[in-house]
Design a protein around this ligand. Structure first.
Ligand code: OAD
Length: 236
């Protein structure tokens, strides 16, 4: 099977960063860091209570300073560096741990904690500091118009056309550490499979859409991802 593979699309979710110490979204209590998702991850929530939403994302951005990439991020970065064919790592994660591990062929479909978006002038820019204090936009100077550059529920994920092209051209689609609860990402396996790709799921437990995959391997990302990457590169 590996001999026939040139184009790979990898989809990652919160499970990839769990062993770094970042909370997944759908824990047993159904809360994300103590909040209902609809209270912090929607445009309505931001309009209703911008201070709460800023405080929430400021805390997530601050937390990034205390964590490091793990073995799963490093294995994917190795795949990126050494895979001779096409590769696109599409992540739903808003952290920067794939990049910190060294991955280059990466697309953040749900935005990034370290990016801000000005609702005044529409500019997007790298951002490391808090947004809750209402800092001026470096592009237009307007105060209090910057929001986290994160795709919230009800908003369109980034670069869907590019993702779709990659999925329909993929020989192998691999989904790692995602519950398969949020569309459109949850539907990527079907797009890739109907276009002819092999499909593999690597997750702690079978996901909601596990039955769509040709193969599911269960285990911690820090173990199953390096093992899979080793297989791929061993055969490359
Ligand atoms: P979830 O929290 O829904 O799912 C995380 C998945 O990772 C679950 O299936 C866990 O079983 C698995 N998991 C946990 N620890 C793991 C480990 N150590 N190794 C491997 N797998 C592990 O997170 P996502 O699927 O990423 O969207 O959530 C998708 C989207 O929903 C997020 O991007 C976010 C959220 O609402 C937005 O913010 C727009």
């Amino acid at each position: 099977m590996i001999d026939d593979i040139s184009n790979i699309v990898v989809l990652t979710g919160a499970g990839v960063s769990a062993e770094s110490g970042l909370a997944t979204f759908r824990g047993p209590d159904g809360l994300w860091e103590g909040h209902r998702v609809e209270d912090v991850c929607t445009p309505e929530a931001f309009r209703r209570d911008p201070a709460l939403v800023h405080a929430f994302y400021d805390a997530r951005r601050e937390k990034l300073k205390a964590v490091e990439a793990n073995a799963a991020h490093r294995a994917l970065a190795r795949l990126d560096a050494e895979w001779p064919g096409k590769l696109l790592i599409v992540t739903q994660n808003v952290d920067d741990l794939h990049e910190r591990a060294g991955a280059k062929r990466i697309l953040h479909m749900h935005g990034e904690l370290k990016s801000a978006w000005c609702l005044g002038c529409d500019a997007r820019m790298k951002w490391e500091e808090d947004l809750g204090s209402g800092p001026p936009c470096p592009a237009c100077g307007a105060c209090g118009r910057l929001r986290p550059d994160i795709v919230w529920f009800g908003e369109m994920p980034y670069e869907m056309e590019r993702i779709d092209r990659a999925l329909t051209g993929a020989d192998l689609f691999v989904s790692i550490g995602t519950s398969g609860a949020v569309y459109p990402a949850a539907g990527f396996v079907q797009t890739a499979r109907y276009a002819g790709a092999r499909t593999l799921e690597l997750n702690l437990e079978p996901s909601l859409g596990s039955y769509h995959f040709h193969e599911t391997r269960t285990g911690r990302a820090g173990e199953v991802v390096p093992a899979w990457v080793g297989e791929m590169l061993g055969a490359a």
